[in-house]
Design a protein around this ligand. Structure first.
Ligand code: B1M
Length: 213
């Protein structure tokens, strides 16, 4: 792995905010793409932290601090991500939310940043968003893609609740739904009647683009 990406990961894992910001700036000054910084630097560090947390090598306070550092570093990377947006294309809308009961938003935020790079106007409803708010936003911005993130096995069912609420409101097919988040799979997406699943933020942006093509 590139030494500079490793330095960034180590700083996040050590809750070293200044070190992580410095490492992010160093990477941005180099030729490394902002997408790689996000996925292979920042997101990879959080994945490793999750592994450590699960096996008792890290604890909640450390995760909270690292998550905050992750967010600050992402803020530095996002403008660079948008510096070279793809050719202007008809503007499409992506309504994005982390579902009700779920406070994990780092991955969702990356999905939003990536979607902007492929020409989407992103309406980010935030985290812990109930289905009725998602339906209201889908109605307001239709035709649009609705992107639903869930990081907990206990909140995945809220993706189904939201899909059903969008159906019940009669908003499909003008509204297409894509789902993602660490525990989410293509099989789950099929079960709940979503239009697509993406395993990571770059694929989510591509999927959204293919659905409006
Ligand atoms: Co939580 N947490 N957490 N957590 N947390 C996990 C998810 C967990 C797997 C950790 C573990 O046990 N190893 C575990 C869930 C277990 C399960 O459900 N089976 C867990 C738990 C248990 C909890 C609490 C219940 C802990 C507690 O309080 N006892 C609690 C729940 C709070 C709640 O939501 N109600 C909790 C709280 C938190 C923090 C607040 C401390 C913090 C979140 C801060 C924040 O988001 N602002 C946190 C964090 C940071 C994590 C881990 C360590 C990292 C998640 C993350 O941000 N990853 C996580 C461990 C893990 O995931 N391995 C864990 C980086 C991020 C870039 O990746 O979000 O996966 P990710 O997003 C990826 C892809 O999934 C995808 O693209 C992104 C980038 O490529 N993607 C999409 C995401 N959304 C998408 C949408 C799409 C498409 C792709 O289309 C729309």
């Amino acid at each position: 792995m590139d030494e500079r990406l490793a330095t960034l990961q180590q700083a996040i894992l050590a809750q070293d905010k200044e070190g992580a910001l410095e490492a992010t700036r160093t990477l941005l000054d180099s030729q490394i793409s902002p997408r790689v910084i996000l996925e292979s630097g920042l997101a990879a560090a959080m994945l490793e932290l999750g592994r450590r947390w699960k096996c008792g090598e890290a604890f909640l306070p450390e995760v909270v601090v690292s998550a905050d550092i992750f967010a600050r570093c992402s803020e530095l990377v996002e403008p660079a991500l948008l510096e070279n947006p793809e050719e202007a294309r008809p503007s499409h809308r992506l309504v994005l939310a982390t579902v009700k009961g779920d406070l994990h938003d780092l991955g969702k935020n990356i999905v939003g940043a990536m979607a902007k790079t492929v020409g989407f106007e992103v309406k980010d409803l935030g985290k812990n968003v109930p289905a009725d708010e998602i339906v209201a936003a889908a109605r307001e911005h239709s035709p649009c893609i609705v992107g639903l993130s869930a990081l907990l096995t206990t909140t995945m069912p809220q993706q189904r609740v939201a899909v059903e609420a969008i159906d019940d409101a009669g908003l499909r097919p003008g509204v297409k739904v894509i789902v993602g988040g660490a525990p989410v799979t293509q099989s789950w997406a099929d079960q709940i009647g979503a239009d697509g699943y993406a395993p990571d933020a770059a694929s989510a942006a591509e999927l959204a683009r293919s659905l409006v093509a």
